[in-house]
Design a protein around this ligand. Sequence first.
Ligand SMILES: Cc1cc2nc3c(=O)[nH]c(=O)nc-3n(C[C@H](O)[C@H](O)[C@H](O)COP(=O)(O)OP(=O)(O)OC[C@H]3O[C@@H](n4cnc5c(N)ncnc54)[C@H](O)[C@@H]3O)c2cc1C
Length: 448
Amino acid sequence: MTDTEIVIIGAGLAGLGAAAAARDAGRRAVVLEASGRVGGRAWTTGPPQFGGQWFDMGAIWFHDAEHNPLTGIAQAAGDTLLCSDALRQELTFVGDRPATPVELAEYAAAWPRFEAKADALLADRGDVPLAEVARHLPDDPWAATVEAWEGPVICAADADQFSALDWRRNALGGSNLVPDGGIGAFVARRLTGGLDIRLRTPARTVRWGGPGGRVTVETDAGTLTAGACIVTVSTGVLGSGALCFDPALPAVVTDAVHDLPMGLAIKVVLGATGPDRLGLASHTSVDRRVGQSGDVLMPVQCWPFGRDYVQGWIGGSPAWELARLGQAACVDFAVSYLRRLFGGRVDRLFGGGASLVTQWDQDPWIRGAYCYATPGHADARHTLAAPVSGGHLMFAGEACHVGFAGTVAGAWISGQRAARTAIAALGDVAPVATRAALSGTGRFSGPA
Ligand SMILES: Cc1cc2nc3c(=O)[nH]c(=O)nc-3n(C[C@H](O)[C@H](O)[C@H](O)COP(=O)(O)OP(=O)(O)OC[C@H]3O[C@@H](n4cnc5c(N)ncnc54)[C@H](O)[C@@H]3O)c2cc1C
């Protein structure tokens, strides 16, 4: 390992965003990645049990595509973006029957009502747990359903543990686009050009605050010294102590990490064993009215892009509990859930079929899905993103963005911002690399 200008820990969206910004500024940067691949939580696989078709284990969509910087990168490269919203059909159950048109109209009206109530509560009280909102809508039969979507499903956190202010600050509008071939494949293909990425090289200790702000990062493959360091690992990894800091991080930083714990979302995929498609068109999104706050909602995307599987999504504490019980329990849960909606044909259709359960809690370099802010601590995202040691030590990642929190876009933007701050901290030292020298494909290295 030789010295560099900026060392970046993690090759997820934030690390790649930071490295791209350094590259574009003509700065030398080395990205240390613990795992054997780039992309972090943007990871496309081709599960053999589903015929090897591409499947995103983590992120799927470019949310708010009109304002998402990754949309432009994909478009400029000529990639196809699938318009998930236009393809989607929707089916909502009330009990074991489809909702009536009147109920669907009530459901549609419940969303803006929920948001308006949240805004009123926030204006009055600064911040509240998301669960407070539904508690203030006791006569709304759909409030618990909106809560279940916005809390456990979308934000991977239980509504009573999660800041309504953070939720409102990060509410995403616009369209949702899916890069054809998967978001992880897009990241590996389009976001690594000209970068120096060392795979299978976990950073173990970050020694910061050296002369002139220098930072030394220890790995199993040696020690790297740089003028600045950008740490992009999840708050789950930061909170675990797997990455050591010497001297210890300031209390404001460790408090911010504590206030941004990881939520969990599990995808359970069930392959059809026969021609039955439950009477549903391709790309049908199935949900249901939940009875009360805390009831589990598992939205199911059925036959996405015409494929022969359904994909359920479980978030928050039920996800942690199912993850603890294991993969078979997750599959059983999903089948029983669908049986309550579609009856016994579910057992004939999925019994003995292929399945897949994502396990982001088990990945020691991630430790969950994405983080949420606890009530009263929505500003922790700003705190974590603030410069340490005059910008020689920066944190970036999905936890560090407000607006696109918990998304690939938020991670990418926060990485780029952190790099600009780190570059400013380097001072007037002339850039050592030119853009021309760094164009082309990325350089991947690291132990086999
Ligand atoms: C199930 C699921 C669904 C999602 N759906 C969407 C979606 O549809 N749209 C969307 O925009 N977002 C979605 N997200 C969120 C999105 O994937 C993340 O917000 C984003 O990818 C996080 O990027 P990051 O760079 O902050 O962190 P990460 O992707 O976690 O990158 C950090 C990297 O650091 C590495 N690392 C950890 N420790 C070390 C160490 N000690 N040394 C070196 N490297 C280390 C990790 O291996 C990892 O590669 C989803 C996430 C999940 C899990």
